[in-house]
Design a protein. Structure first.
Length: 81
């Protein structure tokens, strides 16, 4: 049985929007920029990201140049609920 690989979860800022729901994200605390794509749930809910958005990303410990965007971190509290 295959063992689940280790994931690195961190936060970053979108610095460039690319075609096909791809983004360049600058990882917090470093000057490292990764190529990131939207997670499946974000695609289904049509979440739109723009330059400057704060996001939580997941990277594989095997390839630190690519990541998956898990969700957008909201800077303001909404009281719509």
């Amino acid at each position: 049985m295959k063992q689940k690989e280790d994931k690195i979860i961190t936060e970053g800022t979108v610095v460039e929007v690319l075609p096909a729901t791809m983004f360049r994200v600058k990882v917090d605390g470093t000057n490292h920029i990764v190529l990131a794509h939207l997670s499946g749930k974000m695609r289904l809910k049509f979440v739109q990201l723009v330059v400057g958005d704060r996001v939580k990303i997941e990277m594989s410990s095997y390839d630190l140049t690519k990541a998956r965007i898990l969700y957008r971190i909201s800077g303001k509290q909404t009281q719509d609920k």
